[in-house]
Ligand binder design. Structure first.
Ligand SMILES: Nc1ncnc2c1ncn2[C@@H]1O[C@H](COP(=O)(O)OP(=O)(O)O)[C@@H](O)[C@H]1O
Ligand SMILES: [Mg+2]
Length: 269
């Protein structure tokens, strides 16, 4: 086993995270019970930022894995590699986290295939173990290890969903776009635009979010509002900044684009 420098996964500076409810306290309680956690909510609403903040607050290293459908169990657990001296085992990120007592964050876990997802099962019940079948080793998770997954219910379909046997191993926290004043503060703070401009961006997003399910698959995320603010802060004309970040990425439908651009005009025209 190659020694891994766990310090590289420590979060050195406090990430800016504005709590929206009692999620910080609830997560802390869950961590103290070493309960695996599931964060649910649309893309760009603050799930990853929240995990970074909690890892910092709890003083734990954070290992994040962006899941995708090509990911195999070996990508999580590890594999034998060939080098000059022969074969050498290399731990995957999940194994490293379990050994070192990190928080392991599997981002967008529904994207992974079910045969990949099941490797987390023995880590997420009373066993807290991880079998490295190919290596013939059974790891006992470090006392500080915790598993967190994120999950966007919007992408959920019959084909792509977690099995109940997986779901029912986690405590869950619901996330959503923050309410108006909070989101205005976040956008202003993250992008550098003043509160007045940030508030306009948030109001445009509110109009667009009402179109979800009526031609839009997802609303405008907090992330995109921050992008808009960043461009405006760099001197880009607000309607152009909004088009670029809040219209073009979201839809190709010409009518829907007109509708969104009209909402932008209402506030910045
Ligand atoms: N509660 C929050 N506090 C601070 N920043 C936030 C918050 N919610 C969203 N953001 C901003 O939105 C961006 C996207 O959030 P992120 O955590 O990456 O979304 P997700 O993981 O849900 O897709 C962040 O980079 C941050 O700028
Ligand atoms: Mg994320």
């Amino acid at each position: 086993m190659s020694a891994v420098d766990i310090d590289q996964y420590k979060i050195k500076q406090e990430p800016f995270y504005k709590s929206v409810s009692d999620e910080v306290e609830l997560y802390e309680a869950a961590y103290n019970a070493r309960m695996p956690m599931m964060l649910k909510g649309p893309t760009g609403c603050g799930k990853s930022r929240f995990v970074e903040y909690m890892a910092w607050k709890l003083g734990r290293p954070l290992i994040t894995v962006a899941c995708n459908e090509d990911m195999t169990a070996s990508d999580l657990v590890g594999r034998f590699l060939l080098d000059k001296e022969g074969t050498k085992w290399q731990d995957g990120p999940l194994t490293t986290a379990a050994r070192m007592g990190a928080i392991c964050y599997l981002d967008e876990v529904v994207e992974a295939r079910q045969d990949t997802t099941v490797v987390i099962h023995p880590l997420t019940d009373h066993r807290r173990t991880l079998p490295l079948d190919k290596k013939g080793e059974l790891i006992e998770a470090h006392a500080d290890f915790q598993l967190v997954i994120s999950y966007n219910p919007g992408y959920q379909s019959l084909m792509k969903d977690l099995k109940q046997s997986t779901k029912q191993r986690f405590g869950g926290l619901d996330f959503d776009y923050p309410e108006e004043d909070t989101e205005t503060d976040i956008v202003s703070r993250e992008s550098g635009v003043d509160k007045d401009i940030a508030h306009k961006l948030v109001q445009i997003a509110h109009r667009a979010r009402n179109l979800k399910g009526h031609g839009l698959d997802e609303g405008i995320s907090t992330r995109l509002l921050v992008y808009s603010g960043q461009l405006i802060n760099k001197g880009v004309e607000p309607t152009a900044a909004c088009s670029m970040t809040m219209v073009t990425p979201l839809t190709d439908d010409p009518d829907m684009r007109d509708t969104l651009n009209a909402a932008v005009q209402t506030f910045f025209g």
